[in-house]
Design a protein around this ligand. Structure first.
Ligand SMILES: [Fe+2]
Ligand SMILES: [Fe+2]
Length: 168
C-alpha cells in the first residue's frame, strides 16, 4: 500500500509533469509562429517526454495500489521575448522541477518509503539530463550571438573612402 503523504505528493508531481508538457507544447506553437520549424519540432518531442514522465508516475501509483487524482492544469505562457528567452525559461523551469523531485525524495525518505525513493531516483537522473540539455541550447544560442558579433566590415581595396570627409 502506498503511503498517503507520498501518494498526494506523487499526484502533485503528475500535475507538474502535465504542466511541463503543456508549457513545452506552448513553446512549440510559439516557435512555429516564428517559422522556426526545427525548434518547434524539438519542443514537441520535449512535450511528449513530459507526458511520458506523468504517465510513469501514474503507472507507479497504480502499481502500488494507490489512487490517481488529476487536477486542473495551469495555463502556460503563450509568448516569449525571443527564442533565447524561451529556452532560458525552459532551463529555469527544469531547475524548478528538479527542486520538486528533490522534495519528493526527501518525503519518501522521511516516510521510510524505500520503494518510492527507489522509483524517484530515475527522475533524479532524468532532471540532471533535462537541466543540462536546456542549458546546452541556451549556451549554443549565446555562442551564435557572440559569433555574429565578430563580423567586421573589411574595406574592399577598390573602395576609396576619404575618412576625414567621409566621402566615397
Ligand atoms: Fe519531467
Ligand atoms: Fe523536464
Amino acid at each position: 500500500m502506498l503511503n498517503e503523504k507520498v501518494e498526494k505528493a506523487l499526484n502533485e508531481q503528475i500535475n507538474a509533469e502535465m504542466f511541463s508538457s503543456y508549457l513545452y507544447l506552448s513553446m512549440s506553437a510559439y516557435f512555429q509562429s516564428l517559422n522556426l520549424a526545427g525548434f518547434a519540432a524539438w519542443m514537441k518531442v520535449q512535450a511528449l517526454e513530459e507526458l511520458y514522465h506523468a504517465m510513469k508516475i501514474y503507472g507507479y501509483i497504480e502499481e502500488r495500489g494507490g489512487r490517481v487524482t488529476l487536477e486542473t492544469i495551469e495555463k502556460p505562457t503563450r509568448q516569449w521575448e525571443s527564442p533565447l528567452n524561451a529556452f532560458e525559461a525552459a532551463y529555469q523551469h527544469e531547475r524548478k522541477v528538479s527542486g520538486m523531485i528533490d522534495h519528493l525524495v526527501n518525503l519518501a525518505i522521511d516516510e521510510r518509503d524505500h520503494a518510492s525513493n527507489n522509483f524517484l531516483q530515475w527522475f533524479v537522473s532524468e532532471q540532471v539530463e533535462e537541466e543540462s540539455t536546456a542549458d546546452g541550447v541556451v549556451q549554443k544560442l549565446f555562442m551564435l550571438d557572440r559569433e555574429m558579433a565578430l563580423r567586421a566590415f573589411n574595406l574592399p581595396p577598390d573602395l576609396k573612402i576619404n575618412v576625414l570627409t567621409a566621402q566615397v
